[in-house]
Design a protein around this ligand. Structure first.
Ligand code: NAD
Length: 254
């Protein structure tokens, strides 16, 4: 990763923060992007290598252009992207899901990575050399839940972005892959519990994890770092699950 410049979105906490740390440990310069600009500053300040924090909402075109510009001004190039920022949205059953709530989740989880991919590819096209991109999908990209429609729809959509971007990027030497985490206790976990009035016990959902435990942000970041590295030079358009085996288990409505 030495000499590489990496952008990580949603990097003020959880999985994104762990990726930022891993890439920095491996020698990359890291652009820490998050809507929580104070949190982004804190993470950037704690990294061992060169880092830049940018407060940006990934669902806004002007913010995405601004973080790319800031990265180019500071480091002159971008080689790697982890398009990771995401929210869960409400845990409600289909008849009770608000249209605005649905749109909001799509905005962050789907429009966000679309804008991030578009900005990345505009840069790669202009530069004429390759790079690597990892999208954060989810176990919810692969399975259904009775009360998480907006989130799982957005994360299924991430696989559409992945495959389209991989088809476009392959011939120009840009690799695009996705990581699909299972249950990882992060801020998103707490938000999910709060959004359901405390009724949604994520650990209860974890009872079907074959490895019998939740994952850690660093266990997901390890997969992201591998996919961004030259060790994964022939891995392209792939969804790699890091979920303790959850994807192979079927669940039923309680
Ligand atoms: P997290 O809440 O700790 O981190 C998400 C980060 O994204 C936060 O720092 C938040 O401020 C930022 N963010 C939210 N909206 C944003 C926006 N509009 N623009 C910029 N930044 C924004 O949660 P996490 O678990 O680390 O989530 C990271 C990714 O992993 C998400 O895409 C999530 O869907 C995915 N994921 C998480 C789990 C899990 O169990 N934690 C499982 C599968 C997938």
């Amino acid at each position: 990763m030495k000499g590489k410049v990496a952008v990580v979105t949603g990097a003020a906490s959880g999985i994104g923060a762990a990726t930022a740390r891993r890439l920095s440990d491996a020698g990359a310069s890291v652009v820490v992007v998050d809507v929580d600009s104070e949190g982004a500053q804190k993470i950037a300040a704690g990294l061992p290598g060169p880092a830049l924090a940018v407060g940006a909402d990934v669902s806004r075109e002007e913010d995405v252009e601004r973080y790319v510009q800031a990265a180019l001004e500071r480091f002159g190039r971008i080689d790697l992207h982890h398009l990771n920022a995401g929210i869960t949205g409400p845990f409600v059953e289909l008849p009770d899901l608000g249209a605005d709530e649905f749109d909001h989740v799509m905005g962050v989880n789907l429009r966000g990575p679309f804008l991030g991919l578009r900005a990345a590819f505009r840069h790669y096209r202009e530069r004429g050399t390759g790079g690597a991109i990892v999208l954060t999908a989810s176990i919810a990209s692969l399975r259904g839940s009775h009360d998480l429609l907006a989130y799982q729809t957005s994360k299924h959509g991430v696989l559409g972005l992945l495959r389209g971007a991989a088809m476009y990027g392959g011939p120009m030497g840009v690799r695009v892959n996705a990581v699909a985490p299972g249950l990882v206790p992060t801020g998103l976990f707490t938000a999910a519990k709060d959004a359901s009035g405390g009724g949604n016990d994520m650990l209860q959902r974890g009872t079907t994890v074959p490895l019998r435990r939740t994952g850690t942000p660093d266990e997901i970041a390890a997969v992201v770092a591998f996919l961004l590295s030259d060790d994964a030079a022939y891995v392209h358009g792939e969804v790699v699950s890091a979920d303790g085996g959850s994807a192979i288990v079927s669940t039923v409505r309680p």
